[in-house]
Design a protein around this ligand. Sequence first.
Ligand code: T1G
Length: 694
Amino acid sequence: MSNTVSFSKQGAIGLIKVNNPPVNALNQSVRAGLKTCVEQGLADDGVKAMVLICEGRTFIAGADINEFAKGMGEPGLVPVIGNMETAAKPIVAAIHGTALGGGLEVALGCHYRVALSSAKVGLPEVHLGLLPGAGGTQRLPRLVGAQAALELIVGGGHVPAAKALELGIVDEIVDGDLEAAAIAYAEKLLADGSGPRAIRDIAPEAAGSEVFDNFEKSIARKQRGFLAPFHIIKSIRAAFELPFDKGMAREEELFMELMRSSESASQRHIFFAEREVAKVPGLAKDTVKREINCGAVVGAGTMGGGIAMNFANAGIPVKLLEMKQEFLDKGIALIRKNYENTAKKGRISMADVEKRMALIEPTLSYDDIKDVDIVIEAVFENMDVKKEVFKKLDSVCRSGAILASNTSTLDVDEIANVTSRPQDVIGMHFFSPANVMRLLENVRGELTADDVIATVMSFSKRIGKIGAMVGVCDGFVGNRMLHQRTRESAYLVEEGASPEQVDKILFDFGFPMGAFTMADMAGLDVGYKVREERRKAGKVEKRDSVWIDKIVELGRHGQKTNAGVYKYEDGRTPIPDPIVKALIAECAKEAGIAQRDISDQEILERCLYPMINEGALILEEGIAARPLDIDIIWINGYGFPGYKGGPMFWADQIGLQNIVDAYAKYAKQFGDHYWQPAPLLAKLAKEGKGFYDL
Ligand code: T1G
């Protein structure tokens, strides 16, 4: 008996109980305990059937991901499940919470499955760059058929109990006392003379190769660059083309390939990083958070409306404040349109639309927001305007209200210092569209109180965001690093690379789109105004590149004007434009820059390495506390490919010395103004270390 799995008897029913908080993960102790307890039940003549149930919040939620790096140890999960499946006495899995991954595979190794109506099941290994490696790709298809199995396992989602019953994954939904219900179910099996029922004995329905080929085509673009989805298709296909044991062998072979892949290492890193990022170093775990029961958003523009939707989506009443009725009406109309579009896609009902709209109360008066618990300002990105708003908030809002700014680059300390309560002021930088993008870059000011930080980090999760805590600097973390890529990509085009060549390199690397396609989509005039403000503040690049400004001055602002760096005949597909090609050549000539052919490798290095170097400076300055904060920001805010783990994790994978060597190469070619490695980068490289050795 292990200390995580116990055996007891209730009449003729052997009760196997797993207790391995927090999620009953299948570590070595649990696997050994399951093996021992099943053998004990089989050896006991008084036991006629068994029930497998878990203590705590959930049924087994999967293999213990912590064990992957150091090796799983004996007994392996496959034989543990195999012994259950071939047992001479029926075993019933009693499911609550989330039976996921290896947890669902254990349940599929049982002969029957009962679940609480609130339970969910799933095989989410794909999100870890893996596939269900304990029979999931061989057993589930035998229950649900090829198409459903492909959708469930490649999608990696959680299936509610009712749907699982419909699909045949569970046999009965029970409510109330799960243990009693499962024991009653087992006793009824005995009374009916029902014995073990092994899924391995089910002959899978016929499935032609077109099912798998068509499914692979349907995911090709979305899953571009990932390995696991395509291995999963191969493994499920084996369930229809090979006998069970050979299918299991094929599954193991494909699983091990994935386990050894850099893609899976990256995705497993992200799994833990997405949880670690919520724990702010130096912040006491027991910091008392302020209650947030209602909020307000100042500014009903695209960002303000999107931010208000996050409150409503979480069921939190929110006031939306504008200065003019027409702007308020426009903002509310856009919110309604967004919700109705979501309803049209079947993701929410029309009743949900009305419920959420009812939670958003438009107002023209600051007086209406005096009692709220948090205010998020989302007005025009201009310091004077923001200061006016915060002075007003300071005079109107109740004591203890959190005053947040959605600024994307402005100095949060400067904003805080116009109030009498800088300890209550924080930055909450949402990414557009604010109701969709998961990242929230939370910006702590010099004087922001710990309980405000703790409250905002917890509130981020409550509204479905991934909150990352950063310090105050120009561009915080995400945009400060993006600025490096933006600058170098403009230089590369001046020197002879075409915009489409640069964009293809970034797209093939795994970004959702290239730098210039993204700039056209966001609007070239946005960057133009930022550069104008920076020039006014004397912040001019040592090497000023003007070709994009010239494009804007032609009235080409990007997609919204059907022309920017590219031209757009259908309003969305970027087409290289000879006018821009000529304009670039002209600007290069005026700048005395000779055009040359530039290699793909140079483009990749000059776009990405300065971002990583800036990340090293950000770590040195303490603007981000850990490399994982930077990785989470870039994956969730800018589409850095998950199968590369984020810029800092990827830098460790390629080796920091290679980055330092590239810097030396470019310093020779261009001078060291932009090619001086950050001291931390140089130090780690010299020591043969990576950022994750910090
Ligand atoms: N292994 C180790 N630790 C885990 C874990 C796991 N599988 N799942 C969760 N934790 C930790 C997590 O790090 C956190 O720790 C705490 O539990 C609470 O998690 C052979 C190979 C179950 C839906 O992918 O999706 O089985 O921060 O904050 O929001 O085929 O955890 O408290 O120290 O996420 O309520 C497949 C992963 C594994 C499920 C709960 N299973 N987990 O969400 O809490 S691979 C999964 C989740 C596998 C087999 C293959 C979620 C959850 P700490 P949490 P939550």
